[in-house]
Design a protein around this ligand. Sequence first.
Ligand code: ADP
Length: 177
Amino acid sequence: MILKKPFTVWLTGLSGAGKTTLAAGVQQLLGQEGIRAAVLDGDIVRKKLFPELGFTKKDRELNVKRIAHMARLINDNGIPAIVSAISPYRSGRASARAVTREMLEIFVECPPEICEKRDVKGLYRKARAGRIDNFTWVSDPYEEPDRPDLIVRTHKEAADRCAERILELLTTRGYIK
Ligand code: ADP
Protein backbone atom coordinates (compact mmCIF):
# COMPACT_ATOMS: atom_id res chain seq x y z
CA MET A 1 0.00 0.00 0.00
CA ILE A 2 1.05 3.56 -0.48
CA LEU A 3 0.16 6.81 1.19
CA LYS A 4 -1.63 9.12 -1.20
CA LYS A 5 -2.19 12.06 1.10
CA PRO A 6 -1.44 12.64 4.79
CA PHE A 7 -4.51 12.53 7.04
CA THR A 8 -5.54 12.78 10.66
CA VAL A 9 -7.62 10.00 12.13
CA TRP A 10 -9.38 11.57 15.11
CA LEU A 11 -10.68 9.04 17.62
CA THR A 12 -13.26 10.52 19.98
CA GLY A 13 -15.20 8.79 22.73
CA LEU A 14 -15.47 8.20 26.44
CA SER A 15 -12.58 7.18 28.63
CA GLY A 16 -12.28 3.42 28.30
CA ALA A 17 -14.15 3.30 24.99
CA GLY A 18 -11.06 1.97 23.19
CA LYS A 19 -9.38 4.97 21.58
CA THR A 20 -5.84 4.13 22.71
CA THR A 21 -6.27 0.49 21.75
CA LEU A 22 -7.56 1.40 18.30
CA ALA A 23 -4.90 4.06 17.71
CA ALA A 24 -2.26 1.40 18.29
CA GLY A 25 -4.18 -1.06 16.12
CA VAL A 26 -4.48 1.33 13.20
CA GLN A 27 -0.83 2.33 13.55
CA GLN A 28 0.16 -1.33 13.44
CA LEU A 29 -2.00 -2.15 10.42
CA LEU A 30 -0.60 0.84 8.54
CA GLY A 31 2.92 -0.16 9.57
CA GLN A 32 2.40 -3.63 8.12
CA GLU A 33 1.52 -1.90 4.85
CA GLY A 34 4.72 0.13 4.98
CA ILE A 35 3.03 3.37 6.06
CA ARG A 36 4.34 5.03 9.19
CA ALA A 37 1.92 7.09 11.23
CA ALA A 38 2.35 9.19 14.37
CA VAL A 39 0.06 8.59 17.34
CA LEU A 40 -0.89 11.54 19.52
CA ASP A 41 -2.44 10.28 22.72
CA GLY A 42 -4.49 12.94 24.47
CA ASP A 43 -3.53 11.75 27.96
CA ILE A 44 0.19 11.75 27.20
CA VAL A 45 0.20 15.06 25.33
CA ARG A 46 -1.75 16.71 28.14
CA LYS A 47 0.51 15.38 30.87
CA LYS A 48 3.84 16.02 29.17
CA LEU A 49 3.20 19.19 27.22
CA PHE A 50 0.33 20.98 28.89
CA PRO A 51 0.40 20.01 32.57
CA GLU A 52 -1.01 23.41 33.42
CA LEU A 53 -4.34 22.57 31.80
CA GLY A 54 -7.25 21.33 33.86
CA PHE A 55 -10.57 19.85 32.77
CA THR A 56 -12.78 22.90 32.52
CA LYS A 57 -14.49 23.38 29.19
CA LYS A 58 -12.04 26.14 28.31
CA ASP A 59 -8.99 24.02 29.14
CA ARG A 60 -10.34 20.99 27.29
CA GLU A 61 -10.99 23.08 24.20
CA LEU A 62 -7.47 24.46 24.41
CA ASN A 63 -6.02 20.98 24.77
CA VAL A 64 -7.96 19.73 21.75
CA LYS A 65 -6.96 22.72 19.66
CA ARG A 66 -3.29 22.31 20.49
CA ILE A 67 -3.40 18.61 19.65
CA ALA A 68 -5.05 19.53 16.34
CA HIS A 69 -2.23 21.93 15.56
CA MET A 70 0.30 19.21 16.35
CA ALA A 71 -1.51 16.80 14.04
CA ARG A 72 -1.52 19.45 11.33
CA LEU A 73 2.22 19.99 11.69
CA ILE A 74 2.79 16.27 11.44
CA ASN A 75 0.59 16.11 8.32
CA ASP A 76 2.43 19.07 6.81
CA ASN A 77 5.57 16.96 7.13
CA GLY A 78 3.97 14.27 5.05
CA ILE A 79 3.12 11.93 7.89
CA PRO A 80 -0.34 10.65 8.88
CA ALA A 81 -1.45 11.33 12.45
CA ILE A 82 -3.73 9.29 14.68
CA VAL A 83 -5.21 11.22 17.58
CA SER A 84 -6.86 9.55 20.54
CA ALA A 85 -8.51 12.11 22.77
CA ILE A 86 -11.90 12.15 24.49
CA SER A 87 -12.52 15.54 22.84
CA PRO A 88 -16.00 15.71 24.36
CA TYR A 89 -17.34 18.87 22.72
CA ARG A 90 -18.67 19.23 19.21
CA SER A 91 -17.22 22.71 18.98
CA GLY A 92 -13.73 21.47 19.84
CA ARG A 93 -13.86 18.73 17.23
CA ALA A 94 -15.17 21.19 14.65
CA SER A 95 -12.23 23.48 15.33
CA ALA A 96 -9.89 20.48 15.12
CA ARG A 97 -11.33 19.72 11.70
CA ALA A 98 -10.77 23.28 10.58
CA VAL A 99 -7.16 23.17 11.77
CA THR A 100 -6.21 19.72 10.45
CA ARG A 101 -8.26 19.88 7.22
CA GLU A 102 -7.79 16.23 6.24
CA MET A 103 -9.50 14.84 9.31
CA LEU A 104 -11.58 11.72 9.70
CA GLU A 105 -13.71 11.83 12.81
CA ILE A 106 -14.18 8.34 14.23
CA PHE A 107 -16.72 7.95 16.98
CA VAL A 108 -15.46 5.17 19.25
CA GLU A 109 -18.81 4.25 20.69
CA CYS A 110 -19.32 2.20 23.81
CA PRO A 111 -22.06 2.48 26.44
CA PRO A 112 -20.83 4.46 29.46
CA GLU A 113 -21.72 1.63 31.83
CA ILE A 114 -19.37 -0.69 29.95
CA CYS A 115 -16.59 1.92 29.84
CA GLU A 116 -17.00 2.36 33.55
CA LYS A 117 -16.91 -1.38 34.13
CA ARG A 118 -13.72 -1.65 32.06
CA ASP A 119 -12.23 1.28 33.99
CA VAL A 120 -8.85 0.65 32.36
CA LYS A 121 -7.14 3.51 34.14
CA GLY A 122 -9.16 3.47 37.35
CA LEU A 123 -10.42 6.94 36.55
CA TYR A 124 -14.14 6.26 36.93
CA ARG A 125 -13.52 4.95 40.42
CA LYS A 126 -11.58 8.08 41.27
CA ALA A 127 -14.25 10.31 39.73
CA ARG A 128 -17.02 8.53 41.65
CA ALA A 129 -15.03 9.04 44.82
CA GLY A 130 -14.98 12.76 44.04
CA ARG A 131 -11.27 12.81 43.41
CA ILE A 132 -11.54 14.06 39.81
CA ASP A 133 -13.62 17.09 38.86
CA ASN A 134 -15.27 17.46 35.46
CA PHE A 135 -14.80 13.84 34.50
CA THR A 136 -16.53 13.05 31.23
CA TRP A 137 -19.87 11.31 31.70
CA VAL A 138 -19.58 11.20 35.51
CA SER A 139 -19.58 14.95 36.02
CA ASP A 140 -19.11 16.50 32.59
CA PRO A 141 -20.96 16.04 29.31
CA TYR A 142 -19.92 14.06 26.26
CA GLU A 143 -21.48 15.41 23.09
CA GLU A 144 -21.80 12.57 20.60
CA PRO A 145 -20.74 13.40 17.05
CA ASP A 146 -23.67 14.32 14.78
CA ARG A 147 -22.09 13.13 11.60
CA PRO A 148 -18.86 11.26 12.24
CA ASP A 149 -16.98 9.81 9.29
CA LEU A 150 -17.25 6.40 10.94
CA ILE A 151 -18.70 4.80 14.07
CA VAL A 152 -17.01 1.80 15.62
CA ARG A 153 -18.87 0.02 18.41
CA THR A 154 -16.26 -1.51 20.65
CA HIS A 155 -18.77 -3.42 22.78
CA LYS A 156 -19.95 -5.25 19.65
CA GLU A 157 -16.98 -5.49 17.34
CA ALA A 158 -13.52 -6.85 18.14
CA ALA A 159 -10.72 -4.31 18.26
CA ASP A 160 -9.02 -5.87 15.21
CA ARG A 161 -12.18 -5.49 13.18
CA CYS A 162 -12.65 -1.87 14.27
CA ALA A 163 -9.09 -1.05 13.21
CA GLU A 164 -9.63 -2.79 9.86
CA ARG A 165 -12.76 -0.74 9.25
CA ILE A 166 -10.79 2.45 9.83
CA LEU A 167 -8.27 1.31 7.22
CA GLU A 168 -11.11 0.55 4.83
CA LEU A 169 -12.38 4.09 5.31
CA LEU A 170 -8.91 5.50 4.58
CA THR A 171 -8.90 3.48 1.38
CA THR A 172 -12.37 4.52 0.21
CA ARG A 173 -11.56 8.16 0.94
CA GLY A 174 -8.42 7.88 -1.16
CA TYR A 175 -5.83 8.52 1.54
CA ILE A 176 -4.14 5.18 1.05
CA LYS A 177 -4.14 2.85 -1.91
P1 ADP B 1 -9.52 4.89 25.88
O1 ADP B 1 -8.20 5.20 25.23
O2 ADP B 1 -10.70 5.22 25.01
O3 ADP B 1 -9.64 5.44 27.26
P2 ADP B 1 -8.46 2.20 26.11
O4 ADP B 1 -8.08 1.82 24.71
O5 ADP B 1 -7.38 2.68 27.04
O6 ADP B 1 -9.64 3.30 26.03
O7 ADP B 1 -9.22 1.01 26.82
C1 ADP B 1 -10.22 0.25 26.18
C2 ADP B 1 -10.34 -1.13 26.82
O8 ADP B 1 -11.39 -1.83 26.19
C3 ADP B 1 -9.08 -1.95 26.65
O9 ADP B 1 -8.88 -2.72 27.82
C4 ADP B 1 -9.42 -2.85 25.46
O10 ADP B 1 -8.72 -4.07 25.48
C5 ADP B 1 -10.91 -3.08 25.67
N1 ADP B 1 -11.65 -3.39 24.45
C6 ADP B 1 -12.55 -4.38 24.32
N2 ADP B 1 -13.05 -4.43 23.06
C7 ADP B 1 -12.48 -3.43 22.39
C8 ADP B 1 -12.59 -2.98 21.03
N3 ADP B 1 -13.41 -3.55 20.17
N4 ADP B 1 -11.86 -1.91 20.66
C9 ADP B 1 -11.03 -1.31 21.55
N5 ADP B 1 -10.88 -1.68 22.84
C10 ADP B 1 -11.59 -2.76 23.26
